[in-house]
Design a protein around this ligand. Structure first.
Ligand code: 5GP
Length: 112
């Protein structure tokens, strides 16, 4: 069974896609928490960080490089945050790993 994000990648569910390559894609979050809130998502499903293996290292690094490029394209020169929620205590709701790219306003620390 496909994950929500696989259905989005396959255009079965509409989204605002802002980036795509062979390894990953990036979409506008449907419920943005900041002026810029983009999800960078691998095409090959990794459920969450706790299920990632050594063979996922290249993909995980690529997600962060893409997040940085998208942040630059969005003009986030003042800074931005990347977040990966892993598991229920972190608020993970979609079991298909994704990097949140959040910016465009001052972000509080520590997070809630
Ligand atoms: P998580 O809570 O797993 O870290 O993040 C899941 C994110 O996916 C949430 O920020 C949520 O708003 C976003 N999301 C859930 N369903 C959809 C959808 O159908 N389309 C888009 N673009 N984002 C979604």
């Amino acid at each position: 069974m496909k994950t929500l994000f696989q259905k989005i990648a396959d255009r079965e569910i509409p989204s605002k896609m802002v980036y795509e390559d062979d390894i990953c894609f990036a979409i506008e979050d449907i419920n943005p928490q900041a002026p810029v809130h983009i999800l960078v998502i691998p095409k090959r499903v990794i459920a969450r960080l706790s299920s990632a293996t050594d063979s996922d290292a290249g993909t995980l690094g690529h997600l962060l490089v893409v997040a940085g490029k998208v942040a630059a394209e969005r003009g986030l020169s003042g800074g931005f945050r990347t977040v990966i929620n892993s598991g229920p205590d972190a608020g993970e709701t979609v079991p298909h790993l994704h990097v949140h790219l959040i910016g465009g306003r001052k972000l509080a620390w520590p997070p809630g």
